[in-house]
Design a protein around this ligand. Sequence first.
Ligand code: HAM
Length: 430
Amino acid sequence: MSHYQVVKGARDIFPDEMVQWKHVEDVMHWLARIYGFSEIRTPVFEYTELFQRSIGSATDIVGKEMFTFFPDGSGRSITLRPEMTAGVMRAALQKNLLASAPVQKLYYISELFRKERPQAGRQRQFSQFGAELLGASSPAAVAEVIMFMMHVFDELGLSGLRLRINSLGSIDDRRRYREALRAYLAPHYDRLDDASRERFEKNPLRILDSKNPDMQEIVAGAPRLHEHLGDEARRDFDLVLGYLSGRGIDYRIDHLLVRGLDYYSYTAFEVTSTALGAQDALGGGGRYDSLALELGSPKEVPAAGFAVGMERLLIAMQKQGLLPEAVPAGPEVCIIVPQQEFFDQAFALAARLRDEGISTAIDLAGRSMKAQLREAGRMRAASALFVGGDELSSGMFPLKDLDASFQETLPLEGAIARMRERSITKQDQP
Ligand code: HAM
């Protein structure tokens, strides 16, 4: 048995695929700047109670999917983060970030861990690009978060997206609704599946978005959450929708959308893609004003955010032919050493070119000149510079343009100038 198997539900991203990730990440970093969000990184693990208190003990994530351990054999339990929102809020509260500026706009591209059954688009280690706006949750703040997310999809060229949106109302609205829903479901209790029975007491709203057709049939006759919304929630939701329409963002109101995390109130949303299979949720988010209080903050922190699954985003882009070719950029020059006795001098020359800011490759495996040239082609080097005994004594070096198969012999300074010119022309190309 080999000992080099990646863990089930995790995957490697090799340099060729990294080119595509970088393309996507560059757009995210650029748009984050345009929208005024700053990058944050938090630890991959947190004390377990952070997630229990924020995501909610009755959710699938906390109940079944967390990688939890005791680092010292006892003491406080630690969990690999299954999402970022709780950690970002924890960091902001601990550092008292909102004292320095009352609105904090943060974003991240980070790895997360959930012990789910792996399948296409669902992994145990995955990444999210997300944003959290802390200190404001006005309709404009919520709309801005959604606009930012949709702008990223748009800039990446994705089509076939559906934005579903709902208002979960205030905490009081939801409490009243939960009671009404339980009263409706109670006579159907015997027909509920195991998962729904589990949710009946703790979190009956989650039964609303069950994928089981039998549950959907029962739910079809249930009282509607939107009928239990107070005036404030209705007004707030209308304003959010108005901003989205004003910006030309298509959405569909989905009264059954509740999302799998407990910290939301008022607006919640989710984006699905027709390019994805069973796991078609590309991203989601919403407003979460009470999260800070749940974590013990003396003051409420109004907040809203979203997260997009990076792997799913890349799958959708791949399906729609939106990813650049998976080929890492080659070096500007590959030094060819015809005789190994001159290797050390050629190696010193490579260091000098690198000091000049020229991306330089040199064979480190003592291969023949033919093999070195083949490798230069494989790496897509722009030029080859021949460094042998004659060249070193005369100070004149043959420089071959590998794209144009054109060769000239130049003093080192001239060769450097030529390589620079070439890389500038290359960068100017679209
Ligand atoms: P979430 O809906 O749990 O929300 O996750 C957001 C996205 O992460 C999903 O739509 C999906 O694309 C991706 N995702 C989730 N689980 C997996 C998995 N096992 N494998 C691959 N991709 C996955 C949140 O995490 C919230 N923190 C979003 C948020 C931010 N709400 C407010 N701010």
